[in-house]
Design a protein around this ligand. Structure first.
Ligand code: PXP
Length: 252
């Protein structure tokens, strides 16, 4: 499962955040998705939140219809969101916890505590031909539970790693590496994301079992200064260099 090529999923939520600050249609997150794919993104990620604070239902429909790359819909495990996913059939769904008052997704979903509910969500989405990922903290019990409910993948939350100070950051990174190795042993595809920047992405890209990173806020923020294509290309270059050094002999 380990691959030399590390996929970059570009999260376009915050293009919609800027659009929604004024209402209207500009800047259009679907146009940003198209640009990102032309510039080499391996997929597009968008989070349809219960309060629709950034991405809208129409954005999801347009992304699935027009973007020639895999669409990964992040969503809470609610009946409303499951129905939307089944209607639009993105390539993948990433189940995230959601609290209305949070600024961003603050922690991973507790698969252990919500096992039965999540197992039934996985079943419904799988029947619709959608791959299901669980966005979790890098904890062995969560990975084992994700495997037990037959998720396709786990996405390891890198927020605590990114926010940690220097010495602590290495410990957090080692936790993620151990979690990725366990995920692979259990047959789960392993992704990672949240809070990644040019500075923090390298050591995560170097973990060979991780095959996809989902990055949004930093890339969109940097795009203000250098353009989306350039911010993505620089991120890609850092990812690829750390990957090349860490896993030189793997198949691409
Ligand atoms: N992965 C998941 C599951 C997320 O919820 C988010 C944030 O929406 C990201 C990745 C991207 O995080 P960031 O915007 O901090 O790069």
């Amino acid at each position: 499962m380990t691959k030399r090529h590390l996929r970059l999923g570009v999260n376009i939520d915050h293009v919609a955040t800027i659009r929604n600050a004024r209402g209207g249609g500009h800047p259009d997150p679907v146009r940003a998705a198209d640009l990102a794919v032309r510039a080499g993104a391996d997929g597009i990620t968008a989070h349809l939140r219960e309060d629709r604070r950034h991405i809208s239902d129409d954005d999801i429909a347009a992304l699935v219809e027009t973007i020639p790359a895999p669409i990964n819909l992040e969503m809470a495990a609610t009946d409303e969101m499951v129905a939307i996913a089944v209607r639009h059939r993105p390539d993948a769904v990433c189940i995230v916890p959601e609290r209305r008052e949070e600024r961003t997704t603050e922690g991973g979903i507790d698969v252990v505590a919500s096992r039965d509910r999540l197992a039934s969500v996985v079943r419904v989405l799988k029947q619709a031909g959608i791959e299901v990922t669980m966005f979790i903290e890098p904890a062995p019990a969560q990975i084992e539970a994700a495997s037990a409910i037959e998720a396709f993948a786990v996405e390891l939350h890198t927020g605590a790693y990114c926010n940690a100070i220097a010495g602590e950051r290495e410990r957090r990174r080692n936790e993620i590496a151990a979690a990725a190795a366990l995920a692979e042993r259990l047959g789960l595809e392993c992704h990672a994301g949240h809070g990644l920047t040019y500075e923090t992405v390298g050591p995560i890209a170097a973990i060979p079992q991780i095959v996809e990173l989902n990055i949004g806020h930093f890339l969109i923020g940097e795009a203000i200064f250098c353009g989306l294509e350039a911010s993505m290309q620089r991120m890609r270059a850092v990812m690829d260099e750390w990957r090349r050094v860490a896993v030189p002999a793997l198949q691409s």
